[in-house]
Each structure stands twice: as structure tokens, then as C-alpha cells.
Design a protein around this ligand. Structure first.
Ligand code: G4P
Length: 189
């Protein structure tokens, strides 16, 4: 997606060779207009797939997921990273270890919001090592839903999560794929 790549080049920067900072438009401050275009692009790529629900993980996946759901005219479900006093019954959980953040959390969703006959598109901001996506897949499969595909706003191909997911049989669509981050710049695939 050319508009997204231009935005990354203009306003993104490498923190180091593993981490891209895009907090001025994607995951801290959010460019709502760009998010609308991102949602429309995911909807275009997955058109004809009879998607019944979009799912994501809090927090940075929410903005692209909600615009995708809007474009597809379906509900969007947020998978939580922790439980609370009001989210304790009829939930399903799986442990996810994040290589990027070097911590684990219990990915959690209320069973009522994922149905066995659902056709789900999973959307997230970054696809790095893919642990979050694999965790989401475990939950969705446990609920009996069909996974139509995975949409990542930015895939870092050098961290291999995308290939692991493709090898596992999932359709993965990235709107911008980065193969290298270095002091010299950002290299797209
Ligand atoms: P992992 O297997 O390496 O943990 O990768 P995963 O794709 O599961 O991403 C883990 C977390 O790290 C996600 O955020 C993701 O957005 C973030 N992340 C991965 N690579 C980058 C990067 O290059 N830049 C930035 N800014 N973030 C990155 P999270 O822990 O779910 O936090 P949240 O921001 O969604 O709350």
C-alpha cells in the first residue's frame, strides 16, 4: 500500500535493527484518515470471503481492525491481554510470549463473541515473530471458527512470523513488508 509506505518513510524511524517506531500515526497518535484507507484496503483484499467478524488484540490492533470491520460491515472483537473482575466467566485463554517485549500474557476472549460458524479476519498492527497471531489462532480455532486470514499493517519479514503463519496454512496479507531496518534506513520487500 503505497500511501502507507510513504508515511512510514516520512514519519517512521528505526529504534534499532529490530524495532520500527511509527507512533506518530499508528500506535500512539493515530491518523484516522490513514486508518480508514487501511481498513478499506484490507476489506478489498479479503472481499468475497464472507467474513462475519474481525478480531484483533488490544491495544494497537484496535484502530486498523475497527476501520476494517466498518468497511466490511461486520462486528469487531478485541482480544484482551488480561482478565478482570468483570471478565471472568465463559472466557477462553491462551498464554502468549512476546519476543518483542520479552514478557508473557494471557490472551483472553469471551466465548459469546466468537461463534463456531464465524468466518474471522484477524487484524493487527505489527507482525513480528508472530506469537500474538498464533495465540489468536489457537483461541479462534478452539471456538470452532474458520480463520479466513491474517492482515498485518506492517510485517517485518526478517522476524519470520509471517512465514511461520504461511507455512502453517494461513493466508497472510501485509500492507507494508519490511525486510531490513538499519541506520541507513528502512528497506521494503
Ligand atoms: P512477537 O512475536 O515478537 O512478540 O511479535 P508480535 O507480532 O506478537 O508483537 C508483539 C508486540 O510488539 C505487539 O504489541 C506489536 O505491536 C509490537 N511490535 C512488534 N514489532 C514492533 C515494532 O517494530 N515497532 C513497534 N512499535 N511495535 C512492535 P503489543 O505488545 O501487543 O502492544 P500494543 O501496542 O498493541 O499494546
Amino acid at each position: 500500500m503505497e500511501l502507507l509506505k510513504q508515511r512510514i518513510l516520512q514519519h517512521g524511524y528505526s529504534l534499532n535493527e529490530n524495532t520500527l517506531i511509527v507512533d506518530s500515526f499508528l500506535n500512539h497518535q493515530v491518523d484516522a484518515e490513514l486508518m480508514m484507507r487501511i481498513g478499506q484496503e484490507f476489506a478489498r483484499r479479503f472481499s468475497g470471503e464472507d467474513i462475519t467478524r474481525v478480531a484483533t488484540i488490544e491495544s494497537s490492533g484496535i484502530s486498523p481492525a475497527v476501520t476494517t470491520a466498518l468497511a466490511l460491515q461486520v462486528p469487531m472483537v478485541i482480544m484482551k491481554k488480561s482478565t478482570s473482575a468483570i471478565l471472568k466467566d465463559d472466557i477462553i485463554q491462551t498464554k502468549v510470549f512476546s519476543f518483542t517485549r520479552q514478557n508473557s500474557y494471557m490472551l483472553t476472549v469471551k466465548k459469546a463473541f466468537i461463534h463456531p460458524n464465524d468466518r474471522i479476519l484477524f487484524i493487527d498492527d505489527f507482525l513480528a515473530h508472530g506469537e500474538a497471531s498464533f495465540g489468536a489462532m489457537r483461541i479462534l480455532q478452539h471456538c470452532g471458527a474458520e480463520i479466513v486470514g491474517i492482515g498485518a499493517v506492517i510485517e517485518k519479514t526478517f522476524q519470520n512470523g509471517g512465514n511461520r503463519l504461511r507455512d502453517a496454512g494461513y493466508r497472510v496479507e501485509a500492507l507494508a513488508a519490511i525486510r531490513k531496518l538499519s541506520p541507513a534506513g528502512i528497506e521494503f520487500v
